[in-house]
Design a binder for this molecule. Structure first.
Ligand SMILES: Nc1ncnc2c1ncn2[C@@H]1O[C@H](COP(=O)(O)OP(=O)(O)O)[C@@H](O)[C@H]1O
Ligand SMILES: [Mg+2]
Length: 341
């Protein structure tokens, strides 16, 4: 378990004080793939780097399995760091060393015995599907291959935690998907807890089970990916989530609505799990004197659960619409009235 308790961090740059983190508290459970999302400068990397004490908090404490990282002796810290692998956006490989040697670096630093080292490196290169590139040099590799070398190197000391700083941000979408699949395997097959910071919301949606949203050094929202994506609370979270799960009426449709002369209301409904929209619309159409039309619909999958967002137009007289809204309200689903701007 990684626990950040009331972390603040200030940097002193000449006469200026930069507040990189302000009162951040987060808990990452063993087995999580925990994502931290935010724009550039939000404080993500600073937070991540505190896990292996590359940054030290100005206030607050970071604990790993109950141990305060900043109170460890030099020796203890070295042991803890062996249990933490790190992956970088720019890969940070040594261009003058082969793929094999890059992966072997942490093992050489730990004075691992030759045969054990060879076994580990060979196994890791197979795991990341680069066995045939062992003798190649990083400049000969694609971005995705370089990142797989970076990941193999991060796994060399058999860590229980993997820190990823924008691990896919330098990669195209297809390569990103390959790396995300690899990270998923690392979590599931090797039982490694992953903390990934990114400005790419697709990465969170595709990979993580939990998420924290950061803005100006603060965590503004956190929860399971399903909770946060299906019902984002903060404006910053909505901005991120809307780029992957749109939930507004398309312009062409709202323009058309401006010519609507009949009385109507717009309702946005969110379904989690079984998609029951058709039943709901059928019930409304058969039991109330109104007309319904679907203006917008999106369906996606989050953590193996289906999320459906529907905006429907209900046309009829005030009283009939009121009854329909009462019925929708009785359904135990998230809904709200939508107003055209
Ligand atoms: N070593 C440093 N010295 C001074 N300012 C820093 C340093 N590291 C980070 N910062 C500042 O802290 C803030 C957060 O940075 P960072 O954690 O890198 O954000 P992110 O990873 O979300 O882009 C930024 O304003 C950045 O300029
Ligand atoms: Mg960063």
């Amino acid at each position: 378990m990684i626990k950040f308790s009331d972390i603040s961090k200030t940097f002193q740059v000449k006469n200026e004080t930069v507040q990189a983190l302000q009162h951040v508290s987060l808990t990452i459970q063993d087995g999580d793939i925990f994502g931290v999302i935010g724009f550039s400068g939000a404080g993500k990397s600073t937070l991540l780097r505190m896990v292996n004490a590359l940054e030290v908090p100005t206030e607050g404490k970071v604990e790993i399995d109950g141990k305060n990282i900043d109170a460890l002796s030099h020796n203890e810290l070295r042991k803890v760091r062996k249990k933490i692998g790190m992956v970088f956006q720019q890969f940070n490989l040594l261009d003058s060393r082969t793929v094999y040697d890059n992966v072997a670096i942490p093992l050489r630093l730990n004075h691992t015995e030759q045969t054990a080292m060879h076994t580990t490196v060979t196994k890791l290169l197979e795991f990341v599907n680069l066995a045939d590139k062992a003798a190649a040099y990083p400049p000969q590799l694609s971005g995705g291959q370089k990142q797989r070398v970076g990941i193999a190197r991060a796994l060399a000391t058999n860590p229980s935690i993997l820190l990823c700083d924008e691990a896919t941000s330098a990669l195209d979408p297809e390569t990103t998907e390959q790396i995300l699949q690899l990270l998923e395997r690392i979590n599931k097959e090797l039982n490694i807890t992953i903390l990934i910071v990114t400005h790419e919301i697709q990465v969170i949606q595709r990979l993580c089970n939990r998420v924290a949203v950061m803005e100006h050094g603060r965590v503004v929202e956190t929860g399971s990916v399903l909770e946060v994506f299906s019902n984002p609370q903060q404006p910053m979270t909505r901005r991120f989530v809307q780029t992957v799960i749109p939930d507004t009426i398309p312009n062409s449709v709202s323009n058309e609505l401006k010519n609507e002369t009949r009385n109507y209301k717009l309702v946005k409904m969110r379904f989690l799990g079984k998609n029951a929209t058709e039943n709901v619309l059928y019930h409304i159409n058969t039991n109330y004197e109104v007309e319904t039309g679907v203006l917008f619909a999106t369906v996606c999958e989050l953590q193996h659960t289906v999320l459906g967002i529907f905006i429907i137009q209900i046309t009829g007289n005030e009283e009939n619409i009121r009854q329909v809204l009462q019925y929708i309200d009785s359904l135990n689903l998230q809904w709200q009235e939508v107003h055209l701007s």
